[in-house]
Design a protein around this ligand. Structure first.
Ligand SMILES: Cc1cc2nc3c(=O)[nH]c(=O)nc-3n(C[C@H](O)[C@H](O)[C@H](O)COP(=O)(O)OP(=O)(O)OC[C@H]3O[C@@H](n4cnc5c(N)ncnc54)[C@H](O)[C@@H]3O)c2cc1C
Length: 438
C-alpha cells in the first residue's frame, strides 16, 4: 500500500535547510515547505566583501523560488516564524499558519551584545545582507564626512574604525579595510592621509582567530600588524555611546563606526518546551537532531546544541560544515524512517578551517596540516566559489575577484541614500542606516 505523503516544514533556508531540501526533495514521499523571512538564500562567509564594496550582494545570494522551479514537491512560504504549537503540529508566522508532520528548525543565530544596550543601539552588526549593505553605506558616508570637516577631533571620529571580535569575520574585515585604505583611500580621498592607522581590532580573548591553530593566530597577527591594524587582545568592549568606544581596561576610542563581529546567540523559538533550551539559547537535540521533549520536531546547524557526538561533548562549533552535514544526515534519516529502518546518529566530519587575511594571504588548518600564503589564499578563493548556488553567481564572483585583485580597484563604492537628511539627523545610527538602504 502506498504511504501517505509526509509534510515537512523547514524554517530557515541557510546551509542546513538548503542541504536538507536538496536531498529530501528527490524523494516524492515528502512534500516540503520552506519558510524563510527573506526570499533568498545567501553565503555569510563572503558578507565582509559586500560590506567593503568588493563584490555585489547578488554575487552571494539566490532567490528560493528560482531554486524551486520545476520541483513539484517543494513550496516556499515567505514569513518570519513567531511560534511553534507542538500539540497542534502547526507553526505561526507573520504571514499565516503552516501545518506539518515533521518540523525542522534551522534559523541560525543573531548577534549577541551581552546585554549592552548602547552597543546594540549604535554598533553595526555583520550577520545579514542588509547588515553588510548598511555597513557599506555607513563606511562610505563616513569617509565623505571626514573629508568635509576641518575639526581634527571630528575627523578622527570619522576615520577611526573599531572592529569588535577577532574571529575569522573580524580578521577578514580588518584585512580588507586595510587594503582599501592602502589602495583606494590614497587615490580617491587625497584629503585623508592614511586610513590604515585608524583601524582597531579588539578581542576579549588572548589571541586572534581563537578556535584556530596557534600558527594561524600568529600569522594573522603578523600580517595585520604589518598592514597597520592596531590589535588589542585580552580586552572586551564594554560600552559604546556618544561616539566613544569604552574598553574594559579603561581605554577609550572616539569613533563613528563600531563593527560588531563578536558573539552570537541562537534565534529564539517561542512554544518549544523550556527543557529544550540550552547554552546560548541553542535548542537541545539528540543524536538524530530530534528536539528534546518533542516527538516530530528537529533542529539543525547553528541553532542546535548536540552533545551526543563523543568528540564534541560541549556541542559542535557553529560553522557552515556542521550545518551542511546536519542537513544531509537528517534527509538520510527521514528517508530511513519512511523505509521502516532505524535512524543513524550524527557524527561530525571536521574538514578543517581557513581564514583569508589580506590579498594573497590566508591560513588553512587541516586536521593534520597547517599552511599559509598564496597557496592557502588560492585554495580559500576556490573553496568559497564552489558552494555558491547558481552557475552565473560562480562566474560573476570569479570575474569580480579577478578584476578587483588585478586592478586593486573594485567599482562598487556607491552610497544609496534616499532621504539622507531626513533620516540621519533624527535617528540612532543603525536605524538610520537601515532606512538609507530600504
Ligand atoms: C559574517 C559571517 C562569516 C562567516 N564565515 C564563516 C566561515 O568562513 N566558515 C564557516 O564555516 N562558517 C562561517 N560563518 C558561520 C556560518 O555562516 C554558519 O555556521 C552557518 O550559516 C549556519 O547555517 P544554518 O543553516 O544553521 O543557519 P543560517 O545559514 O544562518 O540560515 C538561517 C536561515 O534562517 C532564516 N531565518 C532567521 N530567522 C528566521 C525567522 N524568524 N523566520 C524564518 N526564517 C528565519 C534566515 O533568513 C536564514 O536563511 C560565518 C557567519 C557569518 C555571519
Amino acid at each position: 500500500m502506498e504511504q501517505p505523503v509526509k509534510r515537512v516544514v523547514i524554517v530557515g533556508g541557510g546551509f542546513a535547510g538548503i542541504n536538507l531540501i536538496k536531498k529530501l526533495s528527490k524523494d516524492k514521499r515528502f512534500h516540503i515547505t520552506l519558510v524563510d523571512k527573506n526570499n533568498y538564500t545567501f553565503f555569510p562567509p563572503l558578507l565582509y566583501q559586500v560590506a567593503t564594496a568588493f563584490i555585489e550582494p547578488s554575487n552571494i545570494s539566490y532567490p528560493f523560488r528560482r531554486l524551486f522551479q520545476k520541483k513539484h514537491n517543494l513550496r516556499f512560504h515567505m514569513g518570519s516564524l513567531k511560534k511553534v504549537n507542538p500539540e497542534q503540529n502547526t507553526i505561526e508566522t507573520d504571514t499565516g499558519i503552516v501545518e506539518y508532520d515533521y518540523l525542522v528548525l534551522a534559523m541560525g543565530t543573531e548577534s549577541n551584545y551581552f546585554g549592552m544596550e548602547q552597543v546594540k543601539a549604535n554598533a553595526l552588526p555583520m550577520k545579514t545582507i542588509d547588515d553588510a549593505l548598511n555597513l557599506r553605506n555607513h563606511l562610505l558616508l563616513n569617509m565623505e564626512e571626514a573629508v568635509h570637516t576641518n575639526d581634527m577631533k571630528e575627523k578622527e571620529k570619522h576615520l577611526n574604525i573599531v572592529i569588535a571580535g577577532g574571529g575569522p569575520t573580524g580578521v577578514e574585515l580588518a584585512g580588507m579595510l586595510a587594503e582599501l585604505g592602502r589602495n583606494i583611500a590614497l587615490k580617491e580621498y587625497p584629503e585623508i592621509k592614511d586610513l590604515r592607522s585608524h583601524l582597531y581590532l579588539v578581542d576579549a580573548g588572548k589571541a586572534l582567530l581563537g578556535p584556530m591553530s596557534v600558527k594561524s593566530q600568529q600569522e594573522a597577527t603578523r600580517i595585520l600588524l604589518k598592514l597597520g591594524v592596531k590589535i588589542i587582545t585580552n580586552t572586551a568592549v564594554k560600552d559604546y555611546r556618544d561616539d566613544i568606544v569604552y574598553l574594559a581596561d579603561g581605554r577609550t576610542i572616539p569613533t563613528n563606526v563600531l563593527i560588531w563581529a563578536s558573539g552570537v546567540i541562537a534565534r529564539e523559538v517561542p512554544g518549544l518546551p523550556a527543557t529544550a533550551i540550552g547554552r546560548g539559547k541553542r535548542i537541545i537535540v539528540n543524536e538524530f537532531n530530534k528536539v528534546h521533549d518533542t516527538q516530530n520536531i528537529f533542529a539543525l546547524g547553528d541553532q542546535s546544541l548536540q552533545t551526543s557526538d563523543t568528540k564534541w561533548p560541549n556541542g559542535h562549533p557553529q560553522l557552515a560544515q556542521v550545518a551542511i552535514q546536519h542537513g544531509d544526515k537528517l534527509a538520510a534519516n527521514l528517508i530511513r524512517e519512511a523505509d521502516n529502518k532505524t535512524m543513524e546518529g550524527f557524527v561530525y566530519n571536521d574538514k578543517g578551517s581557513m581564514a583569508i587575511i589580506s590579498k594573497y594571504k590566508a591560513v588553512v588548518d587541516l586536521p593534520k596540516l597547517f599552511f599559509k600564503g598564496f597557496g592557502a589564499w588560492f585554495i580559500w578563493l576556490f573553496i568559497h566559489i564552489i558552494p555558491l548556488i547558481g552557475f552565473r553567481n560562480k562566474v560573476k564572483l570569479a570575474f569580480s575577484w579577478f578584476w578587483s585583485f588585478i586592478t586593486n580597484d573594485p567599482t562598487l563604492r556607491l552610497i544609496i541614500r534616499p532621504r539622507k537628511e531626513d533620516v540621519i539627523d533624527a535617528k540612532p545610527r543603525v536605524e538610520a542606516a537601515k532606512e538609507l538602504t530600504s
